[in-house]
Structure formats: C-alpha cells, structure tokens
Write a protein that binds this ligand. Structure first.
Ligand SMILES: C[S@@+](CC[C@H](N)C(=O)[O-])C[C@H]1O[C@@H](n2cnc3c(N)ncnc32)[C@H](O)[C@@H]1O
Length: 251
C-alpha cells in the first residue's frame, strides 16, 4: 500500500530502538553520517573503511558466515539468481559464487567508486557475476527477478523511511530479502560497546563509522515496525554475539 508524506515523517520519528525503546536507548542514536555516506570526505578515507570491512570480514569469518546465511535461505532453489545490495567490496558475492556451482549473482552498490573497484577485480570477469550500480531504495529490476536479495551491514545507513523502502523494494524484486546487520544490544551493553570504540574513533575512520553504525542499528521491534510500514512480513533473528538477521518476504 502506498504511504503518504505524513506517514514517512511519522516513521522517520521512530527511534532506532523501535517504538517501545527505553529512554536511555532513545539517547543512544545519532543523525550523524558515517564517512561512507558523506560527499565531503576524500575517496581514500572511504576506501580505507571498505578495505577494513573486507579485512575484518576475512579475519573474523563474517564473509563466510554471511554467505552461509544466504545459501541456507535458498537451499531448495536449483540455480538461484541472487542480488547483493550495498556490496562495498564484493567479498560476500565472491564467497557465494565459490561455494555454489550454479548461482548467478548481481553484485551492486550505490557508490560508483565501489562499483568501479569491484568491476576491475575478479568479480568483474566472473562468468556468473554482473556488477552494477543499484540504489537499494529504488531497485532497477523486474518484480520477482531474483530468488534472494541480501543487504549486509548496510541497512543501518538508512533513516527509517528509506530503510522501509528497502524492505518494500527488496521483496518486490526478490522472493526473499535477507538483511544482515549489527545487533542493537540492551543499553548497558551498548554503552560498553561504545566505550571500547570511542577512544579510537577520532583517529581511525573504520572505528568512527563503527561508532555511528552502533548508534544507528535497528532493534528487532524497529525492524518489525519498518516491515509493517512497508507492508511486508519479517522474521528477525538476533543475538548479542551474532549478527541480526531479518528475512523479509512480500505478503
Ligand atoms: C558498511 S558498508 C557494507 C559493505 C559490505 N556489504 C560488508 O558487509 O562489508 C555499507 C555499504 O552500503 C552502501 N549503501 C549505502 N546506502 C545504499 C543504498 N541506498 N543502496 C545501496 N547501497 C548503499 C554503501 O555505499 C556501502 O558500500
């Protein structure tokens, strides 16, 4: 169902902790942008954040973990077409292609530099990969074109009205949308997480963006409110030490 501008304003007022967020949780959020989302930041700074995400993903196994989540969701689809949104470096798509012999992947990001970097790497020449610029809030693809779309560690970049559009658009073009993101911990643990990162945030761009990501990530109740606004069904799985995984499907 289409939403009016008034609806968009109302959902944009929702705290990142969801409609039922505590007073403290409502303080633990920010409108400040990550370096990755700013136009006034030198490309080298953005590249350092993307490179650090790729490096930590390899060292701590996030790329493998995310690829497993994706492949588990389409275990019964013979030759799946997959859309990766907000791919950044493309390591998730590369892992999926390594592990699945017939999957085809459209690897995409809104950022032209990231898309160019992925295109000139191994994915640009992979016979089962296509690399494209795609805005996750307005996806240029046919209804039901993909078996699955995945948006990893990126959803928190968007304010609620746009995040809700990703849920609507992802489930329009794919049978399932998998949103993998940071979990939003209970406030005392959240404060602890922030305290460990804050001292390095002014000096290390990756940590700067990590602090903002932590403040901007959505709780399970926020994900459910965004899904209700988008008119889609969601199942949210979350934990303190594991990523928050939201599987969205159209009604
Ligand atoms: C923190 S990076 C995550 C990169 C990678 N997915 C990962 O898991 O490491 C967030 C990415 O989301 C992308 N992004 C932000 N807004 C977007 C949008 N509206 N559509 C598509 N990608 C977007 C950014 O350009 C960036 O590459």
């Amino acid at each position: 169902m289409p939403h009016t501008n008034t609806d968009a304003t109302a959902i944009d007022r929702m705290p990142r902790g969801g409609p039922d967020a505590s007073c403290v949780d409502r303080l633990l959020q920010t409108d400040r942008l990550e370096y990755l989302d700013r136009q006034d930041v030198p490309p080298a700074v953005k590249r350092s954040v993307i490179a650090a995400l790729d490096w930590t993903g390899r060292v701590f196994g996030h790329h493998d973990q995310h690829a497993r989540l994706v492949l588990d969701e389409i275990a019964d689809v013979p030759d799946p077409l997959i859309l990766e949104l907000g791919a950044g470096h493309g390591a998730l798509s590369a892992t999926v292609l390594d592990w699945h012999p017939t999957a085809r992947v459209t690897v995409s990001d809104i950022d032209a530099e990231s898309v160019a970097a992925i295109s000139t790497g191994p994915l640009g020449a992979h016979p089962r990969a296509e690399v494209r610029t795609v805005d996750a809030t307005a996806i240029d693809a046919r209804d039901g074109e993909f078996a699955l779309a995945v948006f990893a560690l990126s959803f928190h970049h968007l304010p609620p009205a746009l995040a809700s559009k990703v849920l609507a658009e992802g489930t329009r073009v794919a049978d399932k949308l998998v949103v993998i993101d940071l979990p939003r911990p209970p406030s005392p643990l959240h404060l602890l997480r922030l305290a460990t990162m804050l001292p390095l945030a002014p000096f290390v761009p990756f940590v700067h963006d990590g602090v903002i990501s932590s403040l901007r990530c959505y709780s399970p109740s926020a994900m459910r409110a965004l899904a209700a606004h988008a008119g889609v069904d969601v199942e949210v799985r979350t934990g303190l030490m594991s990523p928050q995984v939201t599987v969205a499907t159209r009604r």
